[in-house]
Design a protein around this ligand. Structure first.
Ligand code: NAD
Length: 453
């Protein structure tokens, strides 16, 4: 069946009101949980084929997120979806006012290849929980996971509710020509712009989860061992192919040598070697060549080796002086870590402000004033103090970018809001209304209106 037909079916189905029943939505989430549960080993196998991702990482960074999101909505959906009563101001008495959480309708979810399950299923779960239909278009670049998701979803769910379609640029472009009620896109800022422009033709609301260069700053007062360990983990997780991986590090001049000593220690300790079960490979040759081209051998301080036949790039640390280096011209999205130094934190903040707003930022410090300045002075999607990446795993925090790194956010309640229209309704009594707003506008009415409004 072609996707235009699916889209048409989903439009018709949404109009029946079938998705609005809360018990029905929960049933779908339970069904998805079962599908995942009973196919877990196949899911691990496919992501191993696409990215060489270990079962541990696939669980910890993908399936656990998916399962937790389902659990969250099974527990909280009834309360989230309940109309929320708000107070009514004096001008509108006698009335009651409520916010109704209305599903947008037919949604399109477009996902990337780096965390194929998490970034496809979490938005899909949220869209279904909020009462929408879903067409999910996973990335063609992670072919094994995309095919498995298509097989599992399309045989388990009615196509008028939830359907996976495959395709690359051409198919996605055709999908974007159709009118959806909400588009949720995760991917690069460049494609994000294309999606945004397409959505504008139909005035379709979007959530854009994009990327960028996320800084990690290590100040003089930082616990250097902890900083190095957590930066190494966050950077080399999934071989650096994480949207919120620290892209580069600014370390204070006075602690640079000590920090580098710890950094090397942890890279070696964690044995990110070719063939290591816990170290992902680069997704494909195109990205392998792209990441390799960012490595300037003259600036390599650690690593630098690679093996094309294994799509393996060794954790590589480069010492650089400025942003003229090629590695600073784009989001790295691979296991290459440039290190720059600073003397004054002001300078680092100014540099960050000169460039696009990052998706994440990380500060390592023991100094309360520096923590405060970090949260107040620079803009970024989200981040951590004294850690990397982990803010994504707190379901009570919204996850999303700002400026070039994205529009909107999701996870838990924030996701529910991203997929719902907040419809405001005032319900008035037919009695008890002061005669103020109706003509003729007498002096006494004017006086009272001024007083009340
Ligand atoms: P991408 O933008 O190339 O692709 C994302 C999706 O868009 C894929 O499904 C792809 O098929 C589709 N697509 C590609 N070109 C298109 C076009 N011209 N028209 C329409 N659709 C098109 O991104 P990617 O390479 O899959 O992922 C890497 C990027 O995603 C990085 O920038 C990374 O930071 C970002 N990312 C962001 C998050 C987040 O949560 N904010 C998560 C993961 C990745």
């Amino acid at each position: 069946m072609d996707f235009k037909q699916i889209w048409q079916q989903q439009k018709e189905y949404f109009r029946t009101g079938g998705t609005k029943d809360i018990a029905f939505r929960k049933e779908q989430l339970k069904k998805l949980a079962e599908v995942i549960e009973s196919n877990e080993s196949r899911l691990y196998d496919a992501v191993q084929k696409d990215l060489g991702k270990s079962e541990f990482e696939a669980y910890a960074t993908e399936l656990s997120f998916v399962k937790n999101e389902i659990k969250y909505f099974l527990k909280n959906l009834s309360v989230l979806a309940r109309p929320q009563e708000v107070s009514t101001n004096i001008v509108n008495q006698i009335a009651s006012s409520k916010i109704y959480y209305e599903p947008y309708g037919n949604t399109l979810i477009i996902s990337p290849w780096n965390y194929p399950y998490q970034l496809s299923f979490v938005p899909a779960i949220t869209a279904l929980a909020a009462g929408n239909t879903v067409i999910l278009k996973p990335s063609e670049v992670a072919a094994h996971t995309a095919e498995l998701m298509e097989e599992l979803i399309n045989k388990s769910f009615p196509s008028e509710l939830f359907h996976v379609v495959q395709g690359g640029v051409q198919e996605t472009t055709a999908l974007l020509d159709l009118r959806f009620d909400k588009i949720f896109f995760t991917g690069s800022p460049a494609v994000g712009r294309i999606v945004y422009q397409s959505a504008a033709r139909h005035l379709t609301p979007v959530t854009l989860e994009l990327g960028g260069k996320s800084p990690a700053i290590v100040t003089e007062s930082a616990n250097l061992g902890v900083a190095a360990r957590r930066i190494v983990w966050g950077k080399f997780l999934n071989a650096g192919q994480s949207c919120i991986a620290p892209d580069y590090v600014y370390v204070h001049e006075d602690v640079k040598d000590n920090f580098l000593k710890h950094l090397k220690n942890y890279i070696e300790k964690y044995k990110y070697e070719s063939g290591a079960d816990h170290y992902s490979r680069i997704i494909n040759l195109k990205n392998f060549n792209r990441v390799k081209s960012l490595i300037n051998p003259e600036k390599v301080w650690y690593g630098g080796n690679s093996d094309e036949s294994e799509l393996f790039i060794e954790p590589t640390v480069m010492l650089i002086d400025n942003w003229d280096e090629k590695v600073m011209q784009e989001e790295i999205f691979g296991p290459v870590l440039p290190i720059l130094t600073f003397r004054n934190l002001d300078d680092v903040f100014e540099i960050i402000k000169d460039y696009e707003k990052p998706l994440s930022a990380y500060l390592f410090t023991m100094d309360t004033k520096e923590k405060e300045r970090f949260t107040k002075e620079i803009s970024f999607g989200g981040g951590c103090i004294n850690d990397t990446v982990m803010h994504i795993s707190n379901p009570n925090l919204p996850f999303g970018g700002v400026g070039n790194s994205g529009i909107g956010s999701y996870h838990g309640r924030y996701g529910f809001l991203a997929f719902s229209h907040q419809k405001a309704v005032m319900d008035k009594t037919t009695w008890g209304e002061p005669n103020l707003k109706y003509p003729p506008y007498t002096d006494s009415k004017k006086k009272w209106t001024r007083r009340i409004m």
